[in-house]
Ligand binder design. Structure first.
Ligand code: SF4
Length: 101
């Protein structure tokens, strides 16, 4: 096993709840395209938030993302919101990287 495999190993491995995800087929709303501008991110995440609001596995999804330090929009929560709640990304970039103690 490579060192990077250890580093990104998931803490929660049971992902059967994803079968009930309301976002199936909507990946483009939950992960940013390259060089996404802030205004576009805000619009994309607003739409993603609406999808999460109607999702029956919202709480499980949020816990999964927080515990596994996921990137993207999960469980009605953006990367920034997870970061602000104390669930930091493993390899943050930009503003979040500069604010790490
Ligand atoms: S809460 Fe949102 S991101 Fe999580 S599975 Fe449901 S729709 Fe997808």
């Amino acid at each position: 096993m490579a060192a990077v495999d250890l580093f990104v190993q998931r803490v929660i491995t049971d992902d059967r709840w994803m079968n009930d995800a309301a976002c199936r087929g909507l990946t483009h709303l939950f992960f940013p395209p390259p060089a996404e501008r802030p205004q576009a991110r805000e619009r994309r995440e607003t739409t993603a938030r609406d999808v999460c609001g109607s999702c029956q596995v919202n709480g499980t999804c949020r816990e999964f993302a927080r515990t596994n330090h996921e990137y993207g929009y999960w469980g009605g929560e953006s990367e920034d919101e997870r970061h602000a709640a104390g669930f930091r990304l493993i390899a943050p970039i930009g503003v979040r990287a500069r604010n790490i103690i």
